[in-house]
Design a binder for this molecule. Structure first.
Ligand code: DC
Length: 232
């Protein structure tokens, strides 16, 4: 069936970019839930490409093979009405916490540095923009994918605070964790994401900087919603 799109109706987008552990995933999901909007977890797409690459034992430098995987990725996000993480199906199979592992995150950061992979995922991300609105979470949502977003946020937090949060999260899941190693991994991944040649992690033009180092999730969500309601 052809989807008829009324070009005159602008579907609003709020972009929330920032480094891993800044809280942008939780914040974005809550905002989407409160506004009754759609939600894009773009990092999950890069993690899924990384997972498929790891499963097929493809080296992260094989750009053409990996971009082919990215363009053919058969993925479905099953959204419920709550604020939990959506269920993700990769090639029809439910993907669990495996995409959230440090290994998959590290590999995602490597495949995300490949220009052809970013290009292959571009339209797929833009297709999430559906009425009544979209909250898009990532690294380049405001700078590349949704350059004309109505509201752009860059959510940051110190590397130490982000490592602490990750440590707590892993412990709560009953997984082993080492705080010093987590901090180092975060710093390496930040450096790779910030220094890559395409779509580096940086505040988009016009983005509002929000620092969550000393703010709780509720405070950050309330602050962003206030900014949105002031705009409309
Ligand atoms: O947000 P996350 O930790 O799930 O993202 C995993 C990796 O994917 C991260 O290291 C950088 C990359 N990424 C990206 O380059 N661009 C995005 N829009 C989202 C994530």
């Amino acid at each position: 069936m052809n989807k008829r799109v009324d070009e005159s109706v602008v579907v609003p987008v709020i972009t929330i970019d920032g480094p891993g552990g800044s809280g942008k995933g939780t914040v974005s999901r809550r905002i989407a839930h409160q506004l009754g909007w759609h939600f894009l977890d773009s990092g999950a797409l890069y993690r899924l490409v990384a997972l498929a690459t790891l499963k097929r034992q493809i080296d992260p430098s094989e750009e053409s093979k990996i971009s082919l995987i990215a363009s053919q990725l058969e993925v479905e996000f099953k959204v419920d009405s709550g604020i939990g993480e959506p269920q993700i199906l990769l090639e029809g199979t439910l993907v669990g916490d495996e995409i959230r592992s440090e290994q998959c995150g590290d590999s995602a950061s490597k495949v995300a540095a490949l220009p052809a992979v970013r290009e292959a995922l571009l339209q797929r991300q833009r297709d999430f923009r559906c009425s009544p609105g979209l909250v898009a979470d990532g690294r380049d949502m405001g700078s590349v994918v949704f350059r004309h977003a109505e509201l752009k946020i860059f959510l940051d937090a110190s590397a130490e605070e982000r490592a602490q949060r990750r440590y707590k999260q892993l412990k709560e899941k009953g997984m082993s964790a080492n705080l010093a190693a987590l901090l180092e991994e975060i710093q390496v991944r930040d450096a790779r994401d910030r220094n890559r040649s395409v779509a580096p992690l940086a505040p988009a033009d016009g983005a509002i900087l929000v620092d969550s180092t000393t703010q709780g999730i509720d405070e950050v969500v309330a602050g962003i919603l206030e900014k949105w309601f002031k705009l409309i």
